[in-house]
Design a protein around this ligand. Sequence first.
Ligand SMILES: [Zn+2]
Length: 172
Amino acid sequence: MTYIHCSPGTKISPEQIPLAWSCCSGKGQNTSPAGALCPLCRKEGMHIENITVRHLLKKEMEGKASQEDYWLCMNERCAAVYYNDKTGTIFDKDDIDVPVWFKDDANPRYACYCSRITDEDVTRAVKEQRITDMTAIRKFYDPDAKSQCKIKNPTGRCCSPVFIEIIKKAMG
Ligand SMILES: [Zn+2]
């Protein structure tokens, strides 16, 4: 299992993200049993639906996107983000509109992509506002918070497990 540093001292593995989280779409996400290997680092990727990739690509890259699903490289040190082994397409960090939270140089590092709340924001809410509930923290920064993880989070999955880990760390 590969552990990644979400914020200094916090160890969260991408595997902790539930594969069938139903917070946004109301239905779980299909997952394929075996992930295609990243063309750059040869590590196995996570299945990502086409709709997620299309929403997160920079405008100028949209023309390069196919109709197929992609794989997400979960290696924190690898520059590749989305790839498709059949079409040979690779989208790297520069092709994506947001920093990918588990990549080692992500800046800012978002805990919640829907409301654009960073790790630092979460830590500040816990330490300065004494808010330790995820929903309350989201409301504090974004009263009209809507969950759209499917198209806002680079994994297409809900940020809750990562968000909660950051709260726990901040409560230390
Ligand atoms: Zn890779």
